[in-house]
Design a protein around this ligand. Structure first.
Ligand SMILES: Cc1ncc(COP(=O)(O)O)c(C=O)c1O
Length: 421
């Protein structure tokens, strides 16, 4: 039996309508920007496997560090105990984060990193004896699939079955020149109730790679600070070079109180999440009263093997060659955007750093469930490229090690699709 056949007997896949979806492709190996299926077919991973992979698949340097760690210490309880990898990761990450992040709280993935951030904010006010329990978020936001993370995400087909159980959140429009004044006054009006404002900086990935200007985010974050509203910068997607700078909030002067990381944190090798905060947040939990403790933790908190992957990924991320690759992808995307932007089937193109998106003209409104999505997905798979359009939006965000030839092939295939579909 093939992997595909065995899989279909026993596995339920994420974000997959199991009755109608194409059978899953069995992948047996990865190298650089590519993965190989069980028949030997090669696929260029143009979406970095759900945006996690930044240095390429089965990277030998990360693999070696992970293997070394496995021989030393695979896991240890992280309450009452600590280990070198977690400490070094916290030290090195805090040193490169913008602003004044001072403490690291580990978790398992993006959603749990967000849960921790939300709980830190809510309990910050609780510990201070203030009743601020409302959360502000952007319309169409996506912060994860656990209940808290879902609550602060936009209501959509993804959340419909759970909407009655999600807590109420104040949703505001993305900021722009026209509405910024109004958004700021909305925040001022709500400030006595607002625990925090959570945002995806510069790019709302799941909403369809929707991009907005840094200067208006800067104004909002600064305004929140002035009004005593805590801010959570969800860098789970944008962190580690995706937007062209190390972190998206390197584009703004105002700095958040809390930041969330996952995905590229381990180079996409292991599941790991972390939430960082300022000294001010941390100190609100210090007390002789044990009820002021942050009662949150997961079995695999700060798993040493995941930390070793994150440290190895950080080594690679800080190499000059990585910054050069990011510039190279940015430039290539720019050239491609110019080449296709006037095509009749291209409604718009947009780019932030290594993230390129184009909207396919359908004559009607964008939908995650558009049939064009399935047609395009299959077309690209047949051509040996993993692209997962969000409705009629095709986006490319490859591992930074992707070669010029591989990028050129992706662009050419999209242009071919524009001719044929
Ligand atoms: C901005 C953002 N936050 C949170 C998450 C959730 O991360 P995870 O899928 O690791 O739970 C995602 C995942 O796509 C994301 O893009």
């Amino acid at each position: 039996m093939t992997l595909t056949e065995r899989d279909l007997k026993v596995i339920w896949h994420p974000y997959t309508q199991m009755q109608t979806a194409l059978p899953p492709i069995g992948i047996v190996q990865g190298e650089g920007a590519c993965v190989y299926d069980e028949s030997g077919k090669k696929y260029i991973d143009a979406v970095s496997s759900w945006w996690v992979n930044i240095h390429g698949h089965a990277h030998p340097y990360i693999a070696k560090k992970v293997a070394d760690q496995l021989k030393k210490l695979e896991h240890v309880i992280f309450a009452g105990f600590t280990h070198e990898g977690a400490i070094e990761l916290a030290e090195r990450l805090l040193a490169i984060l913008p602003g004044s992040q001072r403490k690291v709280f580990f978790s398992d993935d993006g959603s749990t990193a967000v849960e921790v951030g939300i709980k830190m904010c809510l309990q910050y006010w609780h510990n201070k004896g203030e009743s601020k329990t409302k959360i502000l978020a952007f319309k169409n936001a996506y912060h994860g699939d656990t209940f808290g993370a879902m609550s602060v995400s936009g209501r959509s087909a993804f959340t419909a079955a759970f909407d009655p159980l999600l807590f109420e959140v104040e949703f505001i429009d993305l900021p722009d020149k026209e509405n910024i004044k109004n958004l700021k006054s909305q925040i001022s009006d709500l400030k006595s109730q607002l625990a925090c404002f959570i945002f995806e900086p510069l790019v709302q990935g799941t909403a369809g790679m929707v991009m907005y200007e840094a200067k208006y985010l800067d104004e909002l974050v600064a305004h929140c600070r002035n009004e005593g509203v805590l801010t959570i910068d969800d860098e789970i997607f944008t962190g580690f070079g995706r937007t062209g700078k190390p972190f998206a909030c390197n584009y703004i002067a105002a700095q958040p109180d809390i930041m969330c990381f996952s995905k590229g944190l381990t180079g996409g090798t292991m599941a790991l999440g972390l939430t960082t905060c300022t000294q001010q947040i941390y100190e609100a939990f210090l007390s002789d009263d044990r009820l002021k403790t942050l009662f949150h933790g997961h079995s695999f908190t700060a798993n040493p093997v995941a930390c070793s992957a994150a440290l190895a990924s950080l080594d690679l991320f800080l190499e000059a060659a990585t910054a050069k690759n990011i510039r190279r992808i940015e430039n290539a995307h720019q050239q491609f955007g110019l080449r296709i932007k006037d095509h009749a089937k291209v409604k718009t193109t947009r780019q932030t750093g290594t993230i390129f998106a184009m909207e396919w003209e359908t004559g009607s409104n964008t939908s995650y469930f558009s049939s064009l999505r399935d047609t395009l997905y299959t077309y690209f798979l047949n051509a040996g490229i993993i692209l997962r359009p969000l409705g009629n939006i095709i986006y490319i965000l490859p591992p930074y090690c992707i070669t010029d030839d591989e990028l050129a092939y992706i662009y050419r295939t999209i242009e071919q699709a524009l001719k044929e579909i």
